[in-house]
Design a protein around this ligand. Structure first.
Ligand SMILES: [Zn+2]
Length: 129
């Protein structure tokens, strides 16, 4: 588990936000401000920059950490305790995992999403998962 920083969130009010609430920017090829902030701090561009504080508008470098898309999904599922809000991108990851030879059960366990949901995604059924 990431350790929660004691410092306050720095909520960004100066930038327009995308539909997920992440402040957008256009700096050195970065489209999302928190990714740029993380790059300034670490010099790294990980697959995913996650918020340990769960606050998309937060740009406190202490609240940002590197993660993978897989971790990102696991984190969201864990925190929301719901299996309901997988984005199109996440569904693609599920399909990709299955395509690479992971069983439904395996994917289900790795992501913490129910097997029924994985099955539906696999079948590419048009359901709100
Ligand atoms: Zn924060």
């Amino acid at each position: 588990m990431p350790t929660m920083s004691n410092t306050e969130c720095h909520i960004c009010h100066t930038h327009k936000k995308d539909k997920f609430g992440y402040p957008r920017c256009n700096r050195n090829g970065f489209r999302l401000l928190h990714r740029w902030v993380y790059f300034q701090k670490t010099g790294e561009e990980p697959e995913v920059v996650m918020h340990t504080c769960d606050n998309p508008a937060c740009i406190n470098p202490d609240h940002l950490r590197a993660g993978t898309q897989l971790e990102n999904i696991q984190d969201r599922v864990k925190k929301s305790r719901s299996q309901s809000k997988l984005s199109e991108k996440e569904k693609l990851i599920v399909r990709e995992m299955i395509f690479k030879g992971n069983s439904e059960r395996n994917v289900s366990r790795k992501l913490g999403v129910s097997r029924a949901v994985i099955h539906l995604i696999k079948e590419k059924m048009e359901v709100e998962v």
